[in-house]
Design a protein around this ligand. Structure first.
Ligand SMILES: Cc1cc2nc3c(=O)[nH]c(=O)nc-3n(C[C@H](O)[C@H](O)[C@H](O)COP(=O)(O)OP(=O)(O)OC[C@H]3O[C@@H](n4cnc5c(N)ncnc54)[C@H](O)[C@@H]3O)c2cc1C
Length: 390
C-alpha cells in the first residue's frame, strides 16, 4: 500500500498514532456533557469500573440548558400538579412528580449540597384572581403529594400577614407554599458534576460536535467534527444526551425544542422574599439570587415561536417578563435588568422523559420537559440499568 492509499484508508487521518490508539475506540461514548450526560457517565462508571468512558461535547464550555436554567430544585407547584392530574390522570401525574422528587434526593446524594449552593428555602406559588378556584383543591393536592413526600401537609396557603411581607402587588390574591422545594447554583452544579466525572476517570472532550451516529454489526460509530478536522470514533455503547438537539441525530424521536428566556435584576435593597416561586401553572418562575431576582418563562405566550433551535430573545416575552417583575413581583422596587439569556429545553407530548435503545449499540435519553435538575439522577440510573440489562 502506498502512502496515499494508507491516508485514504485511515479512519482518522487527522489523528496521530498516539491519539488513535488511546482515544479511537472506547467502551462507552456519551454525547452531550450537560447534567444528563455527566450523571449518566457517573452511573455507568458505578457499573463498569474499568470501562473507557468518554463524553463528547460540542460546546467549549456550557451553552446547554444545564448552565442556562433557573436553578429550581423542585418537583411541581400546586397548580401544575393539579393541572397534570386533570390532563393526564392521577397515576400518570404521580409518576411524573415522583420521578422528580426521587431525582432531587439522588442529586443531593451525588453532589454535596454546599458545593452546588443548595438552599432549602421552600417554594411558593402566586395565585391571581383567575386561579383562585385552585385554593379549593388544597386538600386534594396535599393528598396527592403525600404519596410523594410522605407528608400530608406538603402545601399550605400562607397567612395574609406572611403574604403581605413578600411585597407582591395586590394582583396576588393568595400564596401556596411548598416546603420541599429548594434551589441550586446551576454553574456550580455543572462544575461539581464535571469534577466528579474527571475524578472517576471519565474523559470529557469539549469542542467535539457529533455529526452522525451509526450502528455497525459489532460496535457503534460516531462521526465527529472538531476544530482540527473530522474523525470517526468507535464505541461499544453510545448514549445520546443532547437534550433539545436530540432530533438532529435521531429525527424519529418524539421530542420538540422549546426555548426558555431568563432575566436577572440588579441587586435590590431590602428584597422581601427568598426562595423559588411559580406563577401561572409554572409557566413563569422566579427566585432570589442573593439580593437579585431571577425571572424566567412566558413560553406560553408564543408556543409556536418558541419551538425553535435558535438562542435569542423575543420582544413579546422579554416585555412580559419585565412587566411581571415591575407590576406583580417587585411593584415598589427600583432595579434594572443586569442579565438576560436563553436556553433550549426538550419536550415530549406526555411530559415523561424517555430512556430507550435506538439499536444494538445506540441509546438515548431525553425529555426532561424543563425539569432536568430534578430528573437527571433518576434518568441516569435508569439508562445505566437498561444498558446493564441488555
Ligand atoms: C431557561 C431554562 C430554565 C430552566 N429552569 C430549570 C429549573 O429551574 N429547574 C430544572 O429542573 N430544570 C430547568 N430547566 C431544564 C434543565 O436545565 C434541563 O432539563 C437540563 O439541563 C437538561 O439537561 P441535559 O443534559 O439533557 O441537556 P443540556 O444541558 O442541554 O446538555 C446537552 C448537551 O449536549 C450538547 N450537544 C448537543 N448536540 C450535540 C452534538 N451533536 N455533539 C456534541 N454535543 C452536543 C450541548 O452542547 C449540551 O451541552 C431549564 C431550562 C431552561 C432552558
Amino acid at each position: 500500500m502506498n502512502i496515499n492509499d494508507c491516508i485514504a484508508k485511515a479512519d482518522s487521518p487527522i489523528q496521530s498514532y498516539w491519539e488513535y490508539s488511546s482515544f479511537q475506540h472506547v467502551d462507552i461514548c456519551i454525547v452531550g456533557a450537560g447534567i444528563i450526560g455527566l450523571s449518566t457517565a457517573l452511573e455507568c462508571r458505578k457499573r463498569y469500573p474499568d470501562a473507557l468512558i468518554t463524553i463528547l461535547e460540542k460546546a467549549p464550555h456550557g451553552h446547554g440548558a444545564t448552565t442556562r436554567n433557573a436553578g429550581f430544585a423542585c418537583f411541581g407547584s400546586a397548580t401544575e400538579l393539579l393541572h397534570d392530574i386533570d390532563v393526564f390522570g392521577k397515576d400518570h401525574a404521580l409518576n411524573i412528580a415522583n420521578e422528580r422528587f426521587l431525582g432531587l434526593s439522588s442529586l443531593l446524594q451525588r453532589c454535596a449540597p454546599e458545593k452546588i449552593k443548595y438552599e432549602a428555602l421552600g417554594g411558593a406559588e402566586l395565585i391571581r384572581a383567575h386561579e383562585i378556584s385552585y385554593l379549593d383543591r388544597i386538600d386534594e393536592v396535599n393528598a396527592f403529594a403525600e404519596n410523594i413526600t410522605g407528608d400530608p401537609h406538603t402545601f399550605r396557603i400562607v397567612s395574609t400577614h406572611e403574604q403581605k411581607a413578600f411585597g407582591f402587588s395586590d394582583a396576588v390574591q393568595a400564596v401556596i407554599m411548598n416546603k420541599y422545594e429548594g434551589q441550586v447554583h446551576s454553574g456550580y452544579l455543572h462544575a461539581t458534576l464535571e469534577s466528579l466525572a474527571r475524578a472517576a476517570d471519565i474523559r470529557i472532550e469539549h469542542g467535539s460536535d457529533v455529526l452522525q451516529v451509526n450502528d455497525n454489526d459489532d460496535h457503534g460509530s460516531l462521526h465527529v467534527s472538531t476544530c482540527n478536522g473530522e474523525y470517526a470514533l468507535h464505541a461499544q455503547t453510545i448514549i445520546l444526551c443532547t437534550n433539545a438537539m436530540m432530533s438532529k441525530l435521531a429525527p424519529e424521536l418524539d421530542i420538540k425544542p422549546g426555548r426558555g428566556q431568563v432575566i436577572v435584576t440588579s441587586p435590590i435593597s431590602g428584597l422581601s422574599f427568598q426562595g423559588a416561586f411559580h406563577i401561572d401553572e409554572g409557566y413563569y418562575y422566579f427566585r432570589s439570587l442573593g439580593d437579585r431576582v431571577l425571572l424566567g418563562g412566558g413560553r406560553n405566550l408564543d408556543f409556536e415561536g418558541e419551538e425553535t433551535y435558535e438562542f435569542g430573545h423575543s420582544s413579546i416575552i422579554m416585555e412580559a417578563l419585565e412587566t411581571m417583575l415591575r407590576e406583580v413581583i417587585l411593584p415598589k422596587k427600583e432595579f434594572i435588568i443586569d442579565y438576560a439569556w436563553s436556553g433550549l429545553m426538550g419536550f415530549t407530548p406526555d411530559k415523561k422523559s424517555r430512556v430507550s435503545s435506538l439499536s444494538n449499540h445506540v441509546y438515548c435519553v431525553f425529555g426532561c420537559n424543563g425539569m432536568g435538575i430534578a430528573l437527571a439522577s433518576r434518568i441516569a440510573e435508569r439508562i445505566a440499568s437498561l444498558i446493564a440489562d441488555s
